[in-house]
Write a protein that binds this ligand. Structure first.
Ligand SMILES: Nc1ncnc2c1ncn2[C@@H]1O[C@H](COP(=O)(O)OP(=O)(O)O)[C@@H](O)[C@H]1O
Ligand SMILES: [Mg+2]
Length: 257
């Protein structure tokens, strides 16, 4: 997946200003940056949900040339927030992921996806009565269902996830990010918006840091997460340390601002 010189303007506001972005299949690529830096807007542009100037290609195809059902079969999108207006059951919400026109009408997929996100047995529960974190995992199951079975499709699959672990407890954060890693291990590509820098360091291969609608830095976790960048992008002292074995970076805020 490649985006070149992406700009998005809404009204008089330029939200993305000439962003270049690349994600490889088989890898987890994280997008991080402060609130309002343009992460969700970039993810929406990459998913083809909003128009942008510049070029975005997915599996070598211009995204604008792909038909909606082709896009739906190639990539699943987890939005930052999802409202379900109708009193759907959990099964009905997850089943929406099957409606991509290509997936076999395999009605066991929603339950298998629910098992993956640790919601086995939740099928008949009312979606609206679930906790925020449970709803987020149901949405993750819907997205997994969408891109699960593409055996008829000779195309790389992608997961585009906007803060998928934002309202999850630590155990479920790890479960969901392990799903993303497994997806990449099977050859799929994952682009994930994250806030937690430690989980980013643990799970991402590459990181793209956005600041005020521009790419501040991009590259491997160890190349990109450093004291200067943290200070400049987040505006506070966030010293990066490394775990002795393996040298993985981590951040432990030391004090109030
Ligand atoms: N539809 C919109 N209309 C006006 N401003 C928007 C719209 N969508 C996003 N923005 C603004 O663009 C900036 C980037 O938004 P967003 O991509 O959601 O940021 P992030 O996900 O990094 O927090 C924010 O200042 C936000 O208020
Ligand atoms: Mg956002």
């Amino acid at each position: 997946m490649k985006a070149e010189n992406i700009s998005v303007r809404i009204g008089s506001k330029e939200i993305l200003k000439g962003v270049d972005f690349k994600a490889e299949p088989g890898q987890v690529t994280a997008i991080i940056g402060p609130n309002g830096s343009g992460k969700s807007t970039l993810l929406k542009a990459l998913s083809g949900e909003i128009q942008s100037s510049g070029r975005i290609s997915l599996n070598g195809h211009e995204i604008t040339a792909l038909k909606p059902w082709e896009l739906a079969a190639i990539r699943g999108v987890l939005p930052q927030a999802t409202t379900v207006a109708f009193p759907f059951s959990v099964h009905e919400v997850v089943r929406l992921g099957l409606a991509n026109g290509l997936a076999a009408e395999d009605d066991t997929l929603p339950s298998r996806a629910l098992m993956q996100v640790d919601l086995g047995g939740f099928e008949t529960r009312s979606y609206q009565n679930l906790s925020g974190g449970e709803q987020q995992r149901v949405q993750m199951a819907r997205v997994l269902t969408q891109v699960w079975d593409t055996k008829d499709l000779d195309q790389q699959r992608w997961l585009l996830l906007d803060e998928p672990v934002a309202s999850l407890d630590i155990a479920h954060q790890i479960i969901v990010l392990c799903i993303a890693r497994d997806f990449a291990a099977q050859g799929g590509g994952v682009v994930v918006v994250m806030h937690d820098l430690n989980l980013t360091a643990l799970f991402a291969d590459k990181v793209c840091i956005l600041s005020e609608g521009k790419v501040w830095a991009s590259g491997t976790v160890s190349a990109v997460l450093n004291n200067e960048t943290m200070q400049q992008v987040y505006g506070i002292d966030l010293p990066i340390n490394t775990i002795p074995a393996g040298g993985m970076p981590f951040v432990l805020p030391q004090s109030m601002i």
